[in-house]
Structure formats: structure tokens, C-alpha cells
Design a protein around this ligand. Structure first.
Ligand SMILES: NC(=O)c1ccc[n+]([C@@H]2O[C@H](COP(=O)([O-])OP(=O)(O)OC[C@H]3O[C@@H](n4cnc5c(N)ncnc54)[C@H](OP(=O)(O)O)[C@@H]3O)[C@@H](O)[C@H]2O)c1
Length: 302
């Protein structure tokens, strides 16, 4: 198949493109340096090719408290990116299936994190704009399907982890931040301070398991929304303990800064729908996936 991938050089995009190429597809990566998706018509350099699939991964965001401090820019940039991609799909590539990424931050915290509730209630204040722009992406896909019959799939990943993450100084997802801090503590004797009391819980999906699941669902589902989570969550303290024991750093040497931003106390996506669609879904365990991620970070920080 001929497949266009936006956000192809992002964390997920790198793994997805590699896997699509291994499966024999012709992949057309979209890089922001060549194609600024905030500009209408920026995808026209690809208009001569009729794509079978478009994976839309591009988004302007970072982890930590980035969303809290950039709501205005996130609204403008992500709305422009999503509107331009959807409009180009509608005008030039209506035959393609568009597969887009949502976010668990789009759910209202008081609701069950089940697909049927994704557009109900409001996302938490600190992630409100990011969550709402992701919801609007789904609204756009549903509207274009309803009026024109275009084919889409909208997937909601929980936090992804694995090797080959960004090391450009951006705010990292907590698990990468934990690994980097603990490695620096061990190798350089740097103090290790974590945000919050460590009791907040998160789930993590290895990026390669996510890609396998994404590719499986892209073949069997359309015009729907599916969560892709791990089904189990770990407290930050449990994750810290696992990293400490794999790195060989004493857990007792870690400080917890209770004044820092920590986000939601707990969020674990319902994977009932995913299990129905993909009964053999079984992402690797966190200790197994962490070992490889820690080794990659250790080499990068050496
Ligand atoms: N990683 C996670 O844990 C996670 C969890 C939930 C949802 N998601 C969603 O999954 C998708 C992929 O996540 P990720 O972790 O791979 O994100 P990422 O590493 O931040 O990659 C995002 C990509 O978006 C591209 N981009 C940003 N602004 C652009 C613009 N103006 N024009 C063209 N491209 C632009 C960047 O391209 P360049 O590199 O070329 O600049 C970047 O590669 C995102 O939509 C994200 O919201 C991710």
C-alpha cells in the first residue's frame, strides 16, 4: 500500500514507519521541516500520489506541564494542523483511510474512560485545550464520514514508552524523566527529586506493542474509536522502584517534591472494546519493556 505518515519523525512515527516498511508498504513520511502542516495546502507536494492510508500523528505538544502553559498556542497550532490535514484528505485523497491519534487527556476525569464517554464532560483544566483539540479532530472525522462517507479510525493511546525517545531537552513523559534522573543519580551522584508524592497512577504501553495493535486494528475496523491501553496501572512509586532495582540505585535516596504539578491521580483506559476486537492483545510487561528502555537511555546519557 501507499501510506502517508504525518509526524513521521516523532517518537511513535519512527516506529510506525519502520514497521510499515518492513511489511512492504511504500511510506511517504511528512516532516515539519519540509511541510509545515499549519499552512493550508502544505501537503500538495504529495497530491500526485493516491494514498491507501494516511496516518495522522502530527501534533504540537509535550509532556509535563507544557499544556498548562501553552493553551493558546496549542489551540491555534493543533486546530490548524488538524483542519489542514482533514481538508486535504477530503479534497485530494478521499479514497484513503485516515487513521488518527486521540489522547486519554480528552476524557473527563469523572467519567469512565470508555470510548462512549470520550465526547462527554470536560477534560481536566491543565490539559483542557490539548484534550479539546483532539476531540475536535474526532468531530471532524465523524462529520466528514457522515456527509461524504470518508473512512477513518481514531485510536486513543495511553502513555507510550520504549527506546529512541526524544533527547532534545523537551519535557518528557514521566517514565523517561524518571529513568534519566535515576541514571544521573547513579552515574553522577546528582540528587533525584520526583514531582508529587508518587502515589498517582499511570499505565504504559510499549511503543512496539502499540504499533502492532494499531496495524491490526487498521485492517479490521473503520469509522470508530478504540482505546489502546495496558489494562493495568502502576503508581509512580512502583515505577520508581522498578527502575531503581534495574539501575542499582537506592530508592531511599529519592526525594518527592510535593509542590510540583502532577496531573490526574489515576487514569487507566478501558480496554474492553480492544479485547473484543483483538482477543489475543497482550502487551509486554512493564519490567520487560523497561529494561530495554533503560539500556537505551544509559547509552544516550553516557
Ligand atoms: N507518545 C505518547 O505517549 C502519546 C500518548 C497519547 C497520544 N499520543 C499522540 O500520538 C501522536 C504521536 O505522538 P508522539 O509521541 O510520536 O509525538 P511527537 O514525538 O511529539 O511527534 C509529533 C510530531 O508532530 C510533528 N509536527 C508538530 N508540528 C508540526 C507541524 N506544524 N507541521 C508538521 N509536523 C508537525 C513533529 O514533526 P517533526 O519531528 O518533523 O518536527 C513531530 O514529529 C500525537 O498525535 C500524540 O498526541 C501520543
Amino acid at each position: 500500500m501507499k501510506i502517508l505518515v504525518t509526524g513521521a519523525r516523532g517518537f511513535l512515527g519512527k516506529f510506525l514507519c519502520k514497521r510499515l516498511e518492513l511489511e512492504g508498504h511504500t511510506v511517504y513520511p511528512v516532516l515539519s521541516s519540509q511541510c509545515d502542516l499549519t499552512k493550508p495546502g502544505s501537503l500538495n507536494c504529495f497530491k500526485e500520489t493516491a494514498f491507501d492510508q494516511i496516518y495522522h500523528l502530527a501534533a504540537w505538544t509535550q509532556a509535563g506541564d507544557f499544556c498548562l502553559h501553552h493553551p493558546g498556542d496549542q489551540f491555534l497550532i493543533n486546530q490548524m494542523i488538524n483542519t489542514n490535514v482533514l481538508s486535504w484528505w477530503h479534497e485530494k485523497q478521499p479514497q484513503a483511510k485516515l487513521i488518527a491519534m486521540g489522547t486519554s487527556c480528552g476524557y473527563a476525569p469523572e467519567n469512565p474512560l470508555e470510548e462512549a464517554y470520550y465526547l462527554q464532560g470536560l477534560p481536566i483544566d491543565s490539559l483542557f485545550t490539548y484534550g479539546m483539540t483532539k476531540r475536535m479532530l474526532l468531530v471532524g472525522l465523524m462529520a466528514l464520514h457522515k456527509q461524504y462517507g470518508h473512512n477513518y479510525l481514531y485510536l486513543i493511546p495511553s502513555t507510550l514508552y520504549g527506546p529512541d525517545y526524544h533527547t532534545d531537552g523537551r519535557q518528557m513523559h514521566f517514565i523517561f524523566d524518571l529513568i534519566a534522573k535515576i541514571l544521573r543519580g547513579k552515574n553522577q551522584g546528582a540528587p533525584v527529586t520526583l514531582w508529587g508524592d508518587g502515589h498517582q497512577k499511570r499505565e504504559l504501553v510499549h511503543v512496539e506493542d502499540f504499533v502492532s495493535t494499531l496495524l491490526h486494528l487498521s485492517k479490521i475496523c473503520e469509522n470508530t474509536i478504540v482505546n489502546i491501553g495496558a489494562g493495568v496501572e502502576y503508581s509512580i512509586r512502583e515505577c520508581t522502584n522498578l527502575i531503581c532495582s534495574q539501575v542499582g540505585f537506592p530508592f531511599e535516596n529519592i526525594d518527592f517534591d510535593l509542590t510540583k504539578y502532577v496531573g490526574a491521580r489515576s487514569k487507566v483506559l478501558s480496554i474492553a472494546r480492544l479485547k473484543e476486537l483483538h482477543p489475543t492483545y497482550s502487551p509486554r510487561s512493564l519490567p520487560e519493556g523497561l529494561q530495554e528502555t533503560i539500556s537505551w537511555f544509559a547509552k544516550k546519557l553516557a
